[in-house]
Write a protein that binds this ligand. Structure first.
Ligand SMILES: *Cc1c(COP(=O)(O)O)cnc(C)c1O
Length: 447
C-alpha cells in the first residue's frame, strides 16, 4: 500500500475535520470532570498505536477520543477547584486552534509582524492595568515558571557581585525557588510570613537588618496557596531604597487588576522592574500562556537575545521587536493571541465580570464553610482561594475527602497545608461553577 502523504489538501479526511470541530464544541460547552488512571491501566490502551502503515485518521482519532481524552482530569471543568484551574474562553480555544494551524513563528518581527504586533497590543493593555510606563514591554511565554526564570535571569545580570542575594517570602511559588537554583542564586533571604501570609515591606526591612547584599526582591501578586497579594508598595519602597530589582510574580492573581474594587491590593506593582501574569490562569486563555513584562526591556534583550549566523538577520537594520529577545525561548507559538482575540471579541468588561465571579464564589464559599460546625476558614479570601480547617482532620482525612468528592462527581479538589497544618483548599475561577457545588462541599465536611 502506498504511504499516505502527510501534507496537502487530501492528507486528512474532510468529513473528520467536522467531527473534530464538533468534539471541540462539545468540550467548550462543558468539560467532563474526567478521571485518573494507573500506568498499568493506560499501557494496554495505547498498545498498537504506531504501525508501519498507520491506523488511518478515523481510527487514530477514535483512539484519542476513547482512550486518551477521557483519562484526564479536566482543569477546564466547572468543578475543578484544585491547584490553579484553567478555564479557557470559547474564543480563546478557537484562536488557539487557529494559531496551531498557522505557524506564525512569533519569535521575530521579521517573520510575524502581525502576530507580534497583536501580542504587543495585549501586553500594553496589561502594562496599562498595572500602571507600568510607556517604555515597558516584553513577550508572552509558555507559562509562569519559564516567565519567572527569564525575568530573574535579567535581574541577576543587574546585580553587582557583592549584592546578588535574593529576598523572597516563604509563600513564593515553587518555580521561583527552582529558578533561583537554576540561576545559581543560592544566597536567599527567605522571609517568614505571619498568620496572614503576606510579605510586607516592614517584614522585609526587619529581615534585612543591616544586610547590604540583597539585590533582588521578589513579591507575589497573589500567592498560589492562599491567594494573598503581598504588600507590593512596601516591598517597592524597600527595594528602591537598597537599589534592588523588584520582580512581581502575579501569575495567578494578576487578573484581579481588572476589578476596580480589588485594584488597590496591587498598588506598587507599577514600580516593579519585571512582572509576570499567566493568561492561562485567571484571564481565561488556553494552557500555555504567560505575559512577561519589563520596565526596561532593553535590559532583557541584553540577556536573552540569541546570536548566531542563522538569526543575526533578525537584528539587522532598524530595531524591531523580537519576542525571543525577552525570554528564554527562540521558536515560539504566539501564545498571546488567544487572549488578544477574546478581548477583541468580548471586550474588557466581559473579562472583568468573569474574574469577579471567582472572587464572589470564594467569598460565598468562605461564609458557607465557616458556618459548618468544626470548620473554620484560615483567612478571609483576598482573591479566589479559600483555605479552611476541620477539627480532627489530618492528612489522611483530607485525602479521603478529596477522593470521595471526585468519585461522587462533585468536584476535583486537592488538600494543602497552611503553616504546616493540613487544610482543605478550594480555588474558584470558572465563571460557570454552580454555587450549589459549595453546598455539596459543605455537606461533605459535616461530621
Ligand atoms: C502557577 C504559578 C506559577 C507557575 O506558572 P506555570 O504557568 O504553571 O508554569 C508561578 N507563580 C505563581 C504565583 C503561580 O500561581
Amino acid at each position: 500500500m502506498a504511504a499516505r502523504p502527510l501534507h496537502g489538501r487530501n492528507a486528512f479526511p474532510h468529513d473528520l475535520t467536522g467531527e473534530i470541530a464538533e468534539w471541540m464544541n462539545a468540550r467548550i460547552a462543558q468539560a467532563p470532570l474526567g478521571r485518573t488512571m494507573t500506568p498499568a491501566d493506560m499501557a494496554p490502551l495505547l498498545e498498537g498505536t504506531f504501525t508501519a502503515d498507520g491506523l488511518g485518521a478515523h481510527a487514530a482519532w477514535e483512539r484519542f477520543v476513547q482512550r486518551v481524552a477521557p483519562n484526564n482530569v479536566a482543569l477546564d471543568s466547572e468543578r475543578f477547584l484544585a491547584f490553579i484551574p484553567v478555564s479557557p474562553s470559547a474564543a480563546g480555544v478557537w484562536m488557539e486552534a487557529a494559531v496551531g494551524a498557522a505557524t506564525f513563528s512569533a519569535e521575530s518581527w521579521l517573520e510575524a509582524s502581525g502576530a507580534v504586533a497583536a501580542e504587543n497590543q495585549t501586553l500594553r493593555w496589561l502594562a496599562d492595568l498595572m500602571g507600568l510606563p510607556a517604555s515597558a514591554g516584553g513577550c508572552f511565554m509558555s507559562g509562569g515558571s519559564i516567565g519567572n526564570l527569564s525575568a530573574l535571569a535579567v535581574a541577576r545580570e543587574q546585580c553587582a557581585p557583592e549584592q546578588c542575594a535574593v529576598a523572597v517570602s516563604d509563600t513564593a511559588h515553587a518555580s521561583v525557588f527552582n529558578s533561583l537554583r537554576l540561576l545559581g542564586l543560592h544566597d536567599t533571604l527567605v522571609v517568614a510570613t505571619g498568620p496572614d501570609g503576606r510579605f510586607t515591606g516592614e517584614a522585609l526591612a526587619a529581615a534585612l537588618s543591616d544586610r547590604a547584599d540583597v539585590g533582588i526582591v521578589i513579591g507575589a501578586g497573589g500567592s498560589t496557596n492562599a491567594g494573598v497579594v503581598d504588600d507590593l508598595a512596601g516591598l517597592a519602597d524597600v527595594a528602591h531604597r537598597i537599589g534592588a530589582w523588584l520582580h512581581v510574580d502575579a501569575a495567578y492573581g494578576g487578573a484581579a487588576l481588572l476589578l476596580p474594587e480589588r485594584r488597590h491590593l496591587f498598588d506598587g506593582i507599577e514600580r516593579a522592574d519585571s512582572v509576570i501574569v499567566d493568561p492561562h490562569k485567571w484571564l481565561f486563555a488556553p494552557e500555555g500562556s504567560c505575559a512577561l513584562l519589563y520596565r526596561e526591556p532593553a535590559l532583557a534583550a541584553a540577556v536573552h537575545t540569541q546570536h548566531g549566523p542563522y538569526v543575526d538577520i533578525l537584528h539587522d537594520g532598524e530595531p524591531l521587536w523580537n519576542p525571543s529577545d525577552y525570554g528564554y525561548q527562540l521558536t515560539r507559538r504566539a501564545t498571546g493571541l488567544p487572549l488578544w482575540f477574546a478581548l477583541a471579541v468580548h471586550g474588557t468588561v466581559a473579562h472583568e465580570v468573569a474574574v469577579r465571579v471567582g472572587v464572589e464564589l470564594a467569598e460565598l464559599a468562605a461564609g458557607t464553610l465557616d458556618a459548618v460546625p468544626g470548620v473554620s476558614v484560615v483567612m478571609p479570601p483576598m482573591l479566589g482561594v479559600v483555605l479552611f480547617r476541620r477539627e480532627g482532620w489530618g492528612r489522611v482525612e483530607w485525602r479521603a475527602w478529596a477522593e470521595r468528592l471526585l468519585a461522587d462527581g462533585v468536584a476535583f479538589v486537592a488538600p494543602s497545608t497552611w503553616k504546616g497544618e493540613p487544610v482543605g483548599r478550594l480555588v474558584f475561577m470558572h465563571p460557570r461553577t454552580p454555587p450549589s457545588v459549595i453546598d455539596e462541599i459543605a455537606a461533605s465536611l459535616r461530621g
